[in-house]
Design a protein around this ligand. Structure first.
Ligand SMILES: [Zn+2]
Length: 254
C-alpha cells in the first residue's frame, strides 16, 4: 500500500490547504498520515500566548492545544485517513514571538528550532516511509510555516514533495507575503482536481477545527463559501518526479 505524509505546521493547515488531495489518496487506497509539528501544550501561558486562546473564548484553565489535537483527530476521521501524528514543538507565541504582527514578520534570530525540526522529520519519515510528502510553501509568511519549510528543505529527502499553497492566506490578501517564493520559483506546478466526495470530506475536516473557524474564516458559513470558491482544486509546486500511477491519479481525479 503506497503511503503519503502531510507535514502540517499547525493543527489545521494540511486539511485547509490539501485536504481534498489527502481524501482523494485515501479513497484510492493510500495510507495517509497527517503529522503536525507545533502541537505541544504549554502550562500556564502568559501574555500574547494566553491571549491567543482567550480571544477565541477559551479561558486560561483550558488546555488549548489538547482541545486542538482532538479537533485534528476528528478532521483525520473526516478525511478517511490514519489517526494523526502530533509532534511536541511549541507554537511561535511560546518561542518569543510576542504579537500577531511578529508571527508574520521576519524569523527571530534566536529562533533556533529548525535543526530540532529537521531531526524530528528525519525520524518521522523513517517511520512512515512515505512515497509522497505534502508540505507548505509558507504563503502568508507565518514564522512557523517558514521554519517548517526550512527544516524539510534542509533534510531534502529523496521523495517527491507536493508543496501546497497555504489556504486561507492565499485568499486573505490580494498579494500575500511569500518569503520563500524564490525557493519554489523553478518548480513545476501540479494541479490536483477532486470530485464531490473528496470535497465533502475536506469541508467536514476543515469544519472540525471549530476553535479556529471564527479567527481563520469568520465562521462556519464563510468557511463553506470560501471552500466553494476554491472548488475541487488544489495547486502545488512539485519537487521530484511522481510515479506514473500517482501522476495519473492526481491528473484524472476531477
Ligand atoms: Zn498555520
Amino acid at each position: 500500500m503506497p503511503a503519503a505524509l502531510a507535514l502540517s505546521p499547525h493543527l489545521d493547515d494540511a486539511a485547509f490547504s490539501c485536504g481534498g488531495t489527502l481524501a482523494l489518496l485515501a479513497q484510492a487506497g493510500w495510507r495517509v498520515t497527517m503529522a503536525t509539528l507545533f502541537t505541544g501544550s504549554v502550562a500556564d501561558p502568559k501574555g500574547f500566548a494566553l491571549a491567543c486562546q482567550t480571544d477565541k473564548g477559551l479561558g486560561p484553565e483550558v488546555d488549548y492545544m489538547a482541545l486542538r489535537r482532538d479537533e485534528d483527530r476528528d478532521a483525520a476521521r473526516a478525511l478517511g485517513i490514519a489517526p494523526p501524528c502530533h509532534m511536541p514543538f511549541r507554537e511561535a507565541p511560546h518561542r518569543g514571538y510576542a504579537s500577531a504582527p511578529e508571527l508574520f514578520a521576519e524569523v527571530r534570530p534566536n529562533d533556533g528550532i529548525v535543526p530540532d525540526l529537521t531531526r524530528a522529520l528525519h525520524t518521522l519519515i523513517a517511520e512512515t516511509a512515505p512515497d509522497l510528502i505534502l508540505a507548505p510553501q509558507a504563503v502568508g509568511g507565518h514564522v512557523d510555516h517558514v521554519q517548517a519549510v526550512r527544516a524539510l528543505m534542509d533534510l531534502a529527502p529523496a521523495i517527491p514533495i507536493l508543496w501546497w499553497r497555504d489556504f486561507p492566506y492565499t485568499v486573505r490578501d490580494a498579494a500575500p507575503r511569500e518569503p520563500l517564493r524564490e525557493r519554489f520559483a523553478d518548480l513545476p506546478t501540479q494541479i490536483v482536481a477532486f470530485g464531490a466526495r473528496a470535497q465533502a470530506s475536506k469541508h467536514e475536516a476543515c469544519a472540525a477545527y471549530a476553535s479556529q473557524l471564527g479567527f481563520q474564516f469568520g465562521g462556519a458559513d464563510n468557511l463553506a463559501a470560501q471552500l466553494a470558491r476554491e472548488g475541487g482544486v488544489e495547486r502545488f509546486r512539485r519537487s521530484g518526479a511522481l510515479p506514473d500511477d500517482l501522476a495519473r491519479l492526481l491528473d484524472d481525479a476531477g
